[in-house]
Ligand binder design. Sequence first.
Ligand SMILES: [Zn+2]
Length: 300
Amino acid sequence: MDDSLKAFGDEVLEGRLDPRVALECFLLVRLGVRTLAIVTLPAELPDGDLLGAQVDFEFRGRLVGQARDLKTRFNDAIERRRLKPVAFKTFLLRSSFANIVLASHSYLTHKQAGKSIGLDLQETEVRPAIREWFVSRPEDRAKILDLLSRRRELQRRGRAQHKPSQPVTLYVYPEETDADYLRSLGQLLGYPECCVEAYVGGRVRTEAAGGIPEDRAAAQIRDGRPALSAFWVKDFFPCRPDCPEAEARGRQARALLAQVRPEFAEIYAGFCRQNLERVSRGPEDIRRHGEWLDRGWSRS
Ligand SMILES: [Zn+2]
């Protein structure tokens, strides 16, 4: 075990890193269980809710001309005159995100920790105040960049064709209905092929597949005997709650994490329990997220 992994393990156990991001996203990529993991910023940082609220607070203040310092206030006044109202709001959100999140202790600590174990963190903007890290090993960088450029192209095309009568989620995530993109993404995330196909079926041919993956997976848990290790990472939907392929991923992940620190086996099992709970309440969460997007939409 190399020294950087030992030091990383200390940081997790001493509470300096978010354990889920550290184990599921950073270590499982570093240990080769998956090629890619995605971290949403600021939501998945340990103080993500607070950072999000601070971004919102700064944005609202600046929107009414109340920046916290004179230089920002002056600059905002220039941009307000120069930009159209929607573009000005986007500028304010992006700038508030940079001031709050990119300068935050937790952002910097996690970024540094990922790099300390040799990981590559491609940072990409989803919306002006939401970014993602695409976490990979440096040797896989080309695959990740290819995936990101395919996503950008799908988003560009999807948004250009979006009609006001269609759901807002289709505007924000048009790539979610592209089967080829979803297959590549699932494979890079380390998901078993059977589970990827079940997910793609639910997304692209919803009626034939018995509903969207979130509904299908929640119903399967109610009717079956879920295996904890099949819920091996967050946001993953096994093709069935006891899929042997998914279970094998979970067992491998747990064994490798335990080699870094024996304590990680129990911590990781706790995440699997949370993942199972999250999937079993899935549809409700999705509805809330949809409502949240709609609210954000009507505000901007
Ligand atoms: Zn499966």
